[in-house]
Design a protein around this ligand. Structure first.
Ligand SMILES: Nc1ncnc2c1ncn2[C@@H]1O[C@H](COP(=O)(O)OP(=O)(O)O)[C@@H](O)[C@H]1O
Ligand SMILES: [Mg+2]
Length: 252
């Protein structure tokens, strides 16, 4: 099996929130690595620290302990090699779809050719929406516009925080297929946070299950079949779904 160079290494990451008179350790002893052109799904009960982890990896929230390394860089502030797509899209309602898609690249002064722009729109099936505004789009379309904006930054690492939550199942699977299509075409790495079992298995070549009782990692599942559009119908997919379901049932 081919091995890719390491892209990201998270080492003994810890986060404690200090409020007026109490402290709460949400994450403790979190360690994992991610290779180039690889994917990881993070699953765990609501409130276990998944968003907190992504914010720390993105350099937006300082850890209480441990480190995040991307290649040779220690991440302590936002880095243009990492793009984060948040739960609520982050589109500007007063800008058109075309302007929203290009916004990130413009801010970072990244040149995007017409061909590349057309390719990304095609891969994500958002052609022909340029003149619309976000509130004229469906939830699924908004999510794809947000994804297109992040992909045009050509980040080696894409962080996705429950990007397809609150979207109906069929549209959701279409979006997952779109993500896999751009992933296979462009070979970035991504981390997706989700509490949808099938989504984690379809998208994550490794699945990390967080444990809210220990603030640590409960289980890591290897899932080399992820990334193939036909994977949903395979026996391996069903077997892993059952396994992941029983792990999660033990946690909540
Ligand atoms: N800025 C903050 N101050 C205090 N507590 C926080 C802060 N951000 C998150 N938390 C708490 O940390 C825990 C984990 O939050 P979060 O990472 O959003 O969980 P998840 O994304 O897994 O649902 C929650 O109990 C949340 O209330
Ligand atoms: Mg969250």
């Amino acid at each position: 099996m081919e091995t890719s160079p390491e892209l990201l290494r998270v080492t003994e990451l810890k986060k404690t929130f200090f409020d007026a008179n109490e402290s709460k350790t949400v994450l403790d002893g979190i360690s994992f690595a991610l290779s180039m052109s690889d994917s990881l799904a993070i699953v765990g009960p609501s409130g276990c620290g998944k968003t907190t982890l992504l914010l720390m990896i993105a350099g937006l929230l300082p850890p209480t302990g441990g480190s995040v390394r991307l290649g040779d860089d220690i991440i302590e502030s936002p880095n243009r090699k990492i793009a984060l797509v948040l739960q609520h899209y982050g589109l500007f309602p007063w800008k058109t779809v075309a302007a929203n898609i290009m916004l990130g690249a413009q801010l970072q002064k990244i040149r995007v050719s017409d061909t590349e722009l057309a390719d990304v729109k095609r891969e994500l099936s958002i052609e022909g929406l340029d003149h619309l505004y976000p509130d004229q789009l469906s939830g699924g379309q908004r999510q794809r516009v947000a994804l297109a904006r992040a992909i045009l930054l050509r980040p080696p690492l894409l962080l996705l925080d429950e990007p397809f939550a609150a979207i109906d199942t069929i549209t959701r699977e279409r979006l997952q297929n779109g993500l896999i299509a751009v992933f296979n075409e462009r070979r970035f790495s991504f981390i997706i946070v989700t509490h949808n079992i099938e989504e984690a298995i379809f998208l994550g070549r490794r699945i990390v299950v967080f444990d809210n009782r220990t603030a640590g990692i409960n289980t890591v599942l290897d899932n080399p079949g992820a990334g193939d559009l036909g994977y949903r119908n395979s026996p391996q997919f069903f077997r892993l779904s059952l396994e992941l379901r029983s792990i999660l049932e033990g946690l909540t």
